[in-house]
Design a protein around this ligand. Structure first.
Ligand code: RP5
Length: 165
């Protein structure tokens, strides 16, 4: 996107992208300018701190952070910036993301991370929640969100079950 990004999507590894691209797709669909990059908490701690410390001055309004396993990226970002952090637990190889979920959701009092479902639904919903927050002060975006919801409603109403009309 050529516009200045207002949302950051970061993740611990490029292996998280399959999941995190679901957030990117939603932001793209709504025309929200974003950036996406790998910022590993334990493999690139200095880069992670720099990312968090510069986020507000660079104009980011929200950061969607995905990680798997001992998923400390969202919480550590939150400790270094007041830009809201939306955490996405990525499914891990051995514990299927329960470890990621608990690592992200159980923040001690004082440093919040909004935490979403494990996997692609969580990534997409994180983006939708960012959009809902931005839409509070953006009527055009609010209208797009209404349309998105109405389309989902119509799709659900059109669902048929075999043998039942
Ligand atoms: C975490 O470790 C990443 O967020 C990823 O989910 C997981 C595995 O990383 P790779 O070994 O695939 O690079 O840091």
């Amino acid at each position: 996107m050529s516009q200045k990004p207002i949302v950051g999507i970061v993740m611990g590894s490029n292996s998280d992208w399959d999941t995190m691209q679901n957030a990117a797709q939603i932001l793209q669909e709504f025309g929200v300018a974003y950036e996406a990059k790998v910022v590993s908490a334990h493999r690139m701690p200095d880069d992670m701190f720099a990312y968090a410390q510069t986020a507000q001055d660079r104009g980011l309004k929200a950061i969607i952070a995905g990680a798997g396993g001992a998923a400390h990226l969202p919480g550590m970002l939150a400790s270094k910036t007041i830009v809201p952090i939306f955490g996405v637990p990525v499914a891990s190889k051995y514990l299927r993301g329960e470890d990621s979920l608990y690592s992200i959701v159980q923040m001690p009092k004082g440093i919040p991370v909004a935490t979403f479902a494990i996997g692609e639904a969580g990534a997409a919903n994180a983006a939708l929640h960012v959009i809902a927050n931005l839409a509070v002060n953006d009527a055009a975006l609010a209208k797009k969100l209404d349309t998105f919801r109405a389309t989902q409603t119509e799709k659900a109403r059109a669902m048929n079950l075999p043998g039942h009309s």
